[in-house]
Every structure is written in structure tokens, then in C-alpha cells.
Design a binder for this molecule. Sequence first.
Ligand SMILES: [Zn+2]
Length: 460
Amino acid sequence: MGILEKIYDNSPIAFQNFMVSVSGYQRNKTRYGKEYYDHLNFLKDFDTWSLKEKLNYQKKELIDFIQYVKENSIFYKELYKDIDLSLIKEIEDLKKLPVVDKEMLRENINNVTTVPKKNAVEGHTGGTTGKSLVVLFTEKDMMKRMAMLDHFKARVGFEHRKMKRATFNGKHIVSPNQNKKVFWRYNMASKQMIYSSFHLTEENMKYYVASLNKFKPDAIDGFFMSMCDIAGYIERHKIELNFTPIALFPTSETLTKSGRDLLERVFKCKVYDQYASSEGAPFITECEKQQLHIELASGVFEHYDEESNEVLVTSFTTHGTPLIRYRIGDSITFNDSLEPCECNITSPLVQEIQGRKLDFLYSADGAKINGGNIANLFKNMPNALIRAQTIQDTPGEVRILLEVDKRIYKDEYDDILRNEFLHKFGEKSKVDIQHVEEIPREKSGKFRMIKNNVKEVNFR
Ligand SMILES: [Zn+2]
């Protein structure tokens, strides 16, 4: 645990709010500079282009990106050494390049990246297979990604940093020893109230709802399941909300129809989905007509093979740790209809995003710890983790199986993991970390990071 976290955990809540805001201002500096505003203006204009113009732009970006990567990444230079890159003239020609998977990146990460760590913004990913990977973004790419997200929200009326947002995320904002029922902190830098997604027990819900009613956010974003938990509570207890957000922007988890309906019913506004990963995948966003669009300025999606819907991504905002034909592990069904969307933005449509499973484990006091948060347990193990699995047979007790790269794994990583676990699951929860040669796969051949063997739990 870092010194700042120690100070944070032992500070009063008012000072924690201050620390959250200071870190918010610092983060904003790397996110909202000239490149951000330039790209935001570009994207506004790009929306008005014809499909043909957009596809031409995408093609040009692709060729430039591949050239940059070949010149700057040792790994890709070696991978492409027998390929004549001048033959890549169309999007279709991408097929001439080999597929890259997560294990290839992890093993070669130092040769993949093109920028020194000190000049980059880090992105951590646990991912759905529990493989840890640290990717680097150039500051310029990070700003472009932020512009893309904010532009998506602005299209449906939410203006980032001008309006108030409530966020349910995986940040550790509540100290393990806190007794007060205050499960949120304010990041002044982004007019953002951050709500802990680790303390959403039936008993605590009323405090969350009261805080939302007081804060009156213009938008709510973050973990889908956390939002659904809150909405379910509000509906069950017939609580009157005294605010109506402009929009809800869930992230990190696959949306369900019933959950979406619940959110729209309770908050009386629309839900807008998005696809973008911490590795830096290109974007898919939902428009005002509630259709999913591929953001052609951000990269290329292809299917891995004819049968599956598994995708390969090539992302133009990954100059730091380049992703070209990267097997990200998510499945997406494209919509081949040529009918233009009523929103007037011409770009290919997506039928469904099937990636990102809706799995969770129970903490000792009955909170559901969702898949995104469980994946994040592993994000601080610098590229030394091959695979991890979390298994629960009894609420509040979790067995973690680890398959590690023994050459670089350090014993203290177990302690980091244990500490992360206690922060997320609470001190009453128990964890048992076991190192194994190989984690068995499911009968289907699929790997599951989360195995919840607890069927139905009634904690009340
Ligand atoms: Zn549309």
C-alpha cells in the first residue's frame, strides 16, 4: 500500500474529499489539454461527414498507424518482418497481418510499447480472463479518448465538467475502518460525486439514495450493476426522487434488457451504452435514437472468424502500447443493415455487445462485488499474472487461484492482492490465495474468472 493511501485511509472525510479533488485536478491536466479540444472540435465536424468520407479517413488513419507502429515498436517490427506493408491499402487488407492476443502482449510488453513510462499515462487491465496487463497511453492519445467519450455524452445533452455527474466506480474511497455511513466523496475538479460500489448493501442503500437526492446529478455513470442495485431499491421502497438526470451512462459491464428498463423507469431518462476498454479499444457508442454506432475515427473492428462474434480490434489511440488485430476477448454482433440511422450520423451499426459477463461475488456483509471490480483485484501485479480465478462457495469467503509467471512473480504480490481484496470485500471477508500450475477450464473450453457457487442468498 502506498504512502498516499495510508494517509488517505487515516484522514477525516473532509480531508479525503480534498485529496480526491486534488488528484482530480492532477488527472484533468493530462486529459484536457489542447489535443482534447482540437479533437472535440474535429469530432463535431466528423459527425457531419458522409459515410464515404468517414471510411476514407479511417483508411488513411489505419495506414499511418501501421507505419508508425512498424517504425516504433520492436515487437511489431519483428512480427511484420516478412510482410510488405505497402500492400495494405484498404481496411480489408488488414487480414494480411497476424492476430495478436493478450498473452503475446504480456510476454513481450517491453518490446511492444513505444514510449517510456515517464511520458505516458498508464492503463491497467485485469480483463475478463484475469490476466494483468499494464498498457501505456501517450498523453495525446489519452486526450483523444477523453474527447471521444465527452463528445458521445454531449450528443445526448450532457456536458462534461459543466454539469454534475454521479459515478459508481471501483475507486477505494471509503477507508476499511470507517464507521460513518458516508460512502461517497466529491471530486470538485469534475463536478463529480464518486460513490463506492463496494458498500451497496440493503442496509446502506438508504444513505446512497439520500445522497443522490441531495446532490441531484445531471448524469449517472459507472458500473451498471451498482446502478441497478440502487434503482431496484428505490423502486421496491417507492422512494421519490427529487431530480431527473439527462442521461445514464453505464460502463464496464454488459447491459441487460431488464436492468436497462429498470434504470429508465426509475430515473425517468434514457440509458446510453458505450464500448471502450481500459486497454484502449476503439469506441462503440449509443446515439440519441438508442442505436449502437461504430466510431470510425477511433479504429477498426473485425470478426475473428466467420462463425464466432469474437472481435479483433485495431485502435488508433494506442500509439503507446499499439493494438493491431488484437484479440480482446469480447464478442460483438454487427448490424449489416444498410438503412441509415434516424440520428443522421452515418456509421456502421452494432446489433449487440456480448462481451463482459455479468458475474459477481458476495462480500461478508452481502454486497455484490461485480466483475469489473473483481478483475481490478489483479491490476497491480505488473504483468506477472498469467491467469486468475476467483471461486466462492460460501458468502464472504473467496478462494483465488493464481497461475503466475514464476520468473517475475514476487511473493509480495500476494500481499498486494490480499490488501486489494480487503479493500473491496471488507475486513470481515476471508480470502485464500493458492498458486497452481494450471487453472482448469470449463467443459465448454471457456475460461471463467469468476465462479460463484452460491445460488441464492438472503441476507436479511
Ligand atoms: Zn444513430
